[in-house]
Design a binder for this molecule. Sequence first.
Ligand SMILES: Cc1cc2nc3c(=O)[nH]c(=O)nc-3n(C[C@H](O)[C@H](O)[C@H](O)COP(=O)(O)O)c2cc1C
Length: 185
Amino acid sequence: MKKILVIGGSNSIKSINKKLAIYAAKKLENVQLNIIDLNDFVMPIYGIDYELEYGIPEKALEFDHIISETDALIISLAEHNGSYSVAFKNILDWLSRIDQKVWKNKPMLLMATSPGKRGGANVLEAAKKFFPHLGGNIVADFILPSYNANFNEKGINNDEYEKLLVEAVAVLNKAFNSGIHSIKS
Ligand SMILES: Cc1cc2nc3c(=O)[nH]c(=O)nc-3n(C[C@H](O)[C@H](O)[C@H](O)COP(=O)(O)O)c2cc1C
């Protein structure tokens, strides 16, 4: 059974991005979901001096190993001041010190949502541009604007966005089942 790593790019215990990532992941059938909580991967703030003195934190090595073991990734990024949440970026920086190809060319569905009208478009664009340099193989992306209007306890309540998400998940499904990898990274 294929393993799917599901990441909400936030350390909020009520993270809307974690909810969206899980909602998308549950559309896949016959897969094993590994839902990550960033609070289980707390590590010191990245700094070259810390790294030289103490090396790579165990939690970062553990995270890197989890990515190695997975067949595909579903990530939904929180947007803080137009960029990654500090919790996510810190982990990303540590991971990049273990393996510059952080995402290891595994097929990825990359998403973002926020309560705002742009739904985290800035962070999504930044990640779409940069993840390919980190071994990111983004096969589909999705953005859900105005989270509070478009998502309720049952999931997405807007037909247009629901259709787009279903299509994006189908693209991911095809990618990890056929083993297609992007050649961009
Ligand atoms: C420090 C901070 C900065 C934020 N900056 C943005 C922003 O630039 N764009 C945006 O759409 N929402 C912004 N928000 C609102 C977040 O999108 C909102 O808190 C959302 O719930 C974050 O996702 P999460 O629930 O998965 O953590 C910001 C929130 C915080 C706390």
